[in-house]
Structures are given as C-alpha cells and as structure tokens.
Design a protein around this ligand. Structure first.
Ligand code: ZN
Length: 211
C-alpha cells in the first residue's frame, strides 16, 4: 500500500494532524510517522466508514504525493497567477504537481470563514472542512480525475459529502464565493474530545473565497 499523504513540519504539523484526525472522525487507526526534517507521513486503513474516513484512506493509498501545510492567519501564499495573497482571504489553496511531483496543499487553521448555501445564506467553513475541500482538489489531481473545466464545483460537491457526514448545511456547489467571518457559526462536532475549537475571526466579506 502506497502511503502518500504528508504533513509539512515547516508549517503547523500539530494543527494539520488534529484536522486530519477530525476528518476521520477520530478513527484511532490514523497514524503519523516521522520521515525527515520536512515531513511526517500519515498512515491509515479505516476502521470506520464515512466520507471523511473514505477520502483520507483513498489519499493515503493514492499514487500521488500530497503535502499539507497548516498555516496561521496572515501567512502569504502564491495566488497561482504569479503574486502572493494572505491565506486568510482564500481559506486554502492546492497547487498542480511541482517539479518533484508533489501536490502542495496549504490552508489556514485559525481563521473563521464562510461560504454560501443554495439559498444564498452565509454558512461557516470550519477548518477541517476547508482542509477537506483542498484535499478534494489534491485527490483528483493525484488520481487523474481533476475537473479542470470546473474544479470548484467538483471540490465543493466533494466537500458537501463531509459536511453531510458531520451535520453541517451544504454549500451551493455553483457558488464559490465566500469570505472572512463566522457565517452561521456552526462547527464540526467533536469526536472523542479531539474536535478543535472553532475560531471566531473577523466579520464581513473579503474579496475572495476558499479556493
Ligand atoms: Zn477549491
């Protein structure tokens, strides 16, 4: 079994691990092993099922190498167009495979962000939900199923399977807009005491969205 999901130790490894553990709903089969000074490697063969467990297991067994960096509010990241942008304005980003074949995922773990439901209401995007969204982009890039024509419809549709699992209202997959703020304030329920507390963050719209 290929094991190909890594957590960057150049970023906040602990925050990333908490969020991956939250996504697998505290399935104790999740493991993290030190590989080198740069990354830890996730190991996982699920012992419970759900959208979160299924996706993390699939990533661990995928052919591509995915590296997750959890970074704080204010960190600037490449915007994909040659510039830089604060991560808290976009929630997260996933990049095409680099020269080494690594698919880099970066997301903000300490901001409050919202997206929109089908009725146009603001709904919260908890940190593990943002990570799940980015990991959807990474999963499809790693497996040759990336929808280049409409990647956000694909990722938000995937994200909604996790949101349904944890009881959050669903995003409108045709509306990629969002911003900084608590939305409806809903958080992912804790599982065995590991659900991270939700940040409060600023309120009001921002120019972008969770990418
Ligand atoms: Zn996206």
């Amino acid at each position: 079994m290929a094991v190909t999901l890594f957590l960057s130790k150049l970023a906040n490894t602990g925050a990333a691990l908490v969020d991956v553990f939250t996504i697998v709903r505290c399935d104790s089969a999740l493991g993290s092993d030190t590989i080198n000074a740069q990354v830890d490697r996730i190991s996982y063969a699920k012992t419970s099922s759900g959208a979160g467990q299924d996706r993390i297991e699939a990533l661990v067994q995928s052919a591509g190498n995915v590296v997750v960096s959890a970074v704080p509010n204010g960190t600037t990241i490449p915007d994909g167009s040659g510039g830089m942008i604060p991560v808290n304005l976009v929630g997260g980003a996933t990049y095409p495979p680099d020269a080494a074949g690594l698919i880099q995922v970066v997301y903000c773990f300490d901001n409050a962000m919202f997206g929109f439901d089908a009725a146009g209401g603001q709904i919260s995007l908890p940190r593990s939900d943002i990570l799940f969204h980015e990991l959807s982009h990474a999963f499809h890039r790693a497996n040759g199923t990336f929808n280049a024509a409409d990647p956000e419809f694909q990722a938000i549709s995937d994200e909604n399977t996790y949101r349904a699992q944890v009881g959050l209202p669903l995003r409108d997959p045709t509306n990629h807009n969002g911003g900084q703020g608590p939305g409806d304030g809903r958080q992912v329920p804790t599982c065995t005491g590991m659900g991270p507390a939700g940040p409060t963050g600023p309120t009001g719209p921002s120019p972008c969205c969770s990418c």
